[in-house]
Design a protein around this ligand. Structure first.
Ligand code: MG
Length: 367
């Protein structure tokens, strides 16, 4: 089988809440998502999606996705989409870095592999494990009172896991954590995610002040070394996200026991191929994982659920239902959150069929 054509679509996805805010004064109102359709000479078609969280979150931005695919796409015509290892090596040979550009291509080829084999992507990633997956809800940075109200509203929708955005001034962040966890119910899981917004002295003051609170601390500072320093001064479960940006860094971090949980964002690692490796390395090292992505709609959410559902249940710390943050879907068959839980689709491949009207006309054709 050979890749015969690549179509690229831009999809504008307004956020249901209006605005999503996090540390450093960063906020976004709408996702600028890119959907990739890969066609083959045998008639099988696969879909992938990538959606950076604006241009100032990770080293990724929406226009960069399209520019990168224009650069890389011509090198992929004629390749076998089911030979994922070969495909990834060829992508790396023609474009150094820029993992997020490669993510929707890799994802679409997993979709094709599954359709060719008649198997779901979760089967190909190791097989479905356990029950439905618990989703976390990110609580946008706001006043302590409004964040507590927001968490209560999402609790009423069925969520039992919450990720509070913090990472501004220390006193208000402590108040945010106290306000939200003051209403926590038994069995709930809460994470305070600073997205690298604190300096070490600020992070140390926060973790000391919340010592008695049952909460995990995520990515308090920007650099790996700063986070390692904070980690060694806190008894809280410790999550690393932005700092773990490659398999090489993960190997170092596992050796340092730098965290208890790693957030696996599919696009951060260039797709499902490397994300599965990262997941398996974490499981081998006794470290739990959050399966998520920086943003996106139904295709990203399907990929997340396939990777999460093929992860041993005890290692599933959290999972993101990206498409719940949006006003409407873009694909039939997409996983939809029920209460606070979600399941991977059953069908072959990713199990989703994008609606042509939601994608509009392609902005790029490579053949
Ligand atoms: Mg995070």
């Amino acid at each position: 089988m050979k890749i015969s054509r690549i179509l690229v679509y831009c999809v504008d996805l307004p956020l249901k809440e209006g605005t999503y805010s996090f540390s450093g004064g960063r906020s976004i109102r709408s996702y600028d998502s890119t959907v990739v359709r890969i066609e083959t000479d045998e008639g099988l078609v696969g879909y992938g999606e990538v959606c950076p969280l604006g241009p100032a979150y990770l080293p990724a931005y929406a226009a960069g996705v399209r520019t990168g695919i224009a650069e890389l796409g011509p090198h992929l015509i004629g390749l076998d989409p089911t030979a994922l290892g070969v495909l990834n090596r060829i992508m790396d040979r023609h474009l150094k870095g820029h993992a997020y550009v490669k993510s929707p291509i890799d994802m679409a080829c997993w979709d094709i592999l599954g359709k060719a084999a008649g198997l779901s992507v979760s089967t190909l990633l190791g097989g479905r494990q356990g029950e439905a997956i618990d989703c976390y809800r990110a609580i946008s940075l706001d006043t302590p009172e409004r964040m507590a109200e927001s968490a209560a509203a999402y609790r009423a929708e069925g969520y039992r896991r919450f990720q509070l955005k913090v990472g501004s001034d220390v006193g208000t962040d402590i108040a945010r954590i106290e306000a939200v966890t003051g209403n926590s119910k038994p069995g709930e899981r809460v994470v305070a995610d600073a997205n690298g917004g604190w300096l070490a002295h600020e992070a140390l003051r926060v973790v000391d002040a919340i010592r008695g609170i049952d909460i995990a601390v995520e990515q308090p500072c920007l650099s790996y070394e700063e986070n390692l320093g904070v980690r060694r001064h806190t008894p809280h479960p410790f999550v690393l996200d932005e700092s773990i940006d490659s398999p090489a860094v993960l190997i170092r971090a596992l050796g340092d026991r730098a965290m208890d949980v790693v957030n696996i964002k599919i696009s951060k690692y260039g797709g499902l191929t490397i994300s599965r490796q990262m997941r398996d390395m974490c499981v081998a090292g006794g470290v739990a994982v959050t399966i998520e992505d920086s943003g996106g709609s139904d295709i990203v959410t399907a990929a997340i659920t396939h990777l999460a559902h093929s992860t041993p249940e005890q290692f599933r710390f959290n999972c993101s239902d990206c498409n719940s943050y949006l006003g409407h879907g873009i694909a039939d068959g997409a996983p939809r959150r029920v209460g606070g839980r979600i399941e991977a689709p059953d069908g072959p491949g990713l199990g989703v069929s994008p609606e042509p009207a939601r994608l509009g006309d392609p902005v790029m054709k490579i053949e």
